[in-house]
Design a protein around this ligand. Structure first.
Ligand code: SF4
Length: 361
């Protein structure tokens, strides 16, 4: 159990009512003398009732951050340091990293639940959907009778837009979108305060993706839980997230209000990522990939990790690692953190496309 936190080495956006505070989380892959440092001192705060989107290319560390914070990292992932403070509705603070196994198992369903990547394929094919939901409820709520568990299973299924009749269905009798909704229902059976969703719609078509995203935000509005939504598709996040954090090579490089970051990205990587995906709404635009590939995490370069791919690279980017810090903001602008030398006040000129601009009316 927690409490006093050490001084942060990275800035975090001001949290009005934090439900989850990840502080200086460090994760290695490998147990030997020379492990790979995949996350170093990463800090991030999620506010109560907020949908926070985590985006970045494959391998940037976004799933590692979420699984590390909830102690679900498979080997060879090892947590090397940090704190993950969960604050319940009752105001009690808990450091997830120090929970014993029994308390962690309880917290995993009651306080936070996870919808894993490809979860829709993890339903047991030989059991009816209802049986699997009822088993999940009874495994984590010993006081629930079979009738109560059945009623709750029907309720959560209807909540995610599936008729309760389908409790009798086997997974193969449901479409991919419905199976994914069943997994979301499974995560919600104990009404957790925090839902972590790792690429929950990746395997679905665009129409189904949008339907599920709308349901998630609708459920959040009705039930008041908080969400960490992980995806490589940053355009998708703008549809669903209140705030986004962009990760690159194991670091957060930009954290901002989602719509503001979409309209006015300030980190060159955020801009590149936005240009790489078609928008879900609005006119089509030409897509431009980001040239090159992320650095090898076992042999990180000095200075900025994005330097080899950045169109605005300067000499000092090759030697000085930019810190994640607040940009100089006008009072009217939403708060924003950026890790880029273009925005630390020392650059002679900020490219117009990344410069702070007044919001368009
Ligand atoms: Fe580009 Fe330099 Fe900013 Fe890194 S610090 S993103 S290399 S301008």
């Amino acid at each position: 159990m927690t409490t006093t936190a050490p001084a942060l080495t990275h800035a975090t956006l001001q949290a009005a009512d934090p439900i989850l505070e990840i502080k200086n989380l460090s994760v290695d892959y490998g147990f030997g003398d020379d492990p790979t440092h995949v996350l170093q001192d990463v800090s991030l705060t999620l506010n109560r009732g907020e949908v926070l989107g985590l985006a970045g290319e494959s391998g940037c560390g976004k799933s590692t951050l979420a699984y590390g914070a909830t102690r679900l990292l498979p080997p060879p992932g090892v947590i090397r340091g940090g704190e993950v403070i969960f604050t319940g509705r009752d105001g009690v603070k808990t450091d997830i990293l120090t929970l014993n196994d029994k308390d962690l198992r309880t917290a995993r369903w009651r306080d936070f639940a996870i919808v894993f990547q490809g979860a829709m394929n993890s339903l047991n094919p030989v059991h009816r959907v209802g049986t699997q939901l009822i088993d999940a409820i009874k495994a984590h709520d010993k006081t629930a009778t079979k009738q109560e568990a059945r009623e709750r299973a029907a309720y959560v299924l209807e909540m995610v837009g599936i008729n309760a009749d389908r409790l009798k269905a086997y997974p193969h009798q449901l479409s991919g979108g419905m199976r994914q909704r069943v997994m979301i229902a499974m995560a919600l059976v104990l009404e957790p305060e925090l839902l972590i969703m790792d690429e929950p719609t990746t395997a679905l078509d665009v129409v189904m993706q949008r339907q599920i995203l709308e349901e998630i935000t609708d459920l959040r509005d009705r039930l008041g839980f908080s969400v960490i939504f992980i995806t490589h598709d940053v355009s998708l996040l703008v549809e669903v997230a209140d705030r986004i954090a962009i990760m690159y090579a194991g670091e957060i490089v930009e954290a901002a209000d989602a719509k503001d970051a979409y309209l006015r990205p300030r980190h060159p990587y955020t801009k590149g990522l936005l240009n790489s995906f078609p928008p879900l709404r609005g006119p089509r635009r030409e897509l431009q990939g980001i040239p090159g590939s992320p650095p090898d995490m076992a042999q990180l370069p000095n200075g900025c990790r994005f330097a080899d791919r950045c169109p605005f690279v300067m000499d000092r980017c090759r030697t000085e690692d930019p810190a994640l810090s607040r940009t100089a903001l006008k009072m009217s602008e939403p708060e924003r953190l950026v890790a880029c030398h273009l925005h630390d006040g020392k650059a002679s000129e900020v490219p117009a496309e990344l410069a702070l601009q007044a919001p368009q009316k």
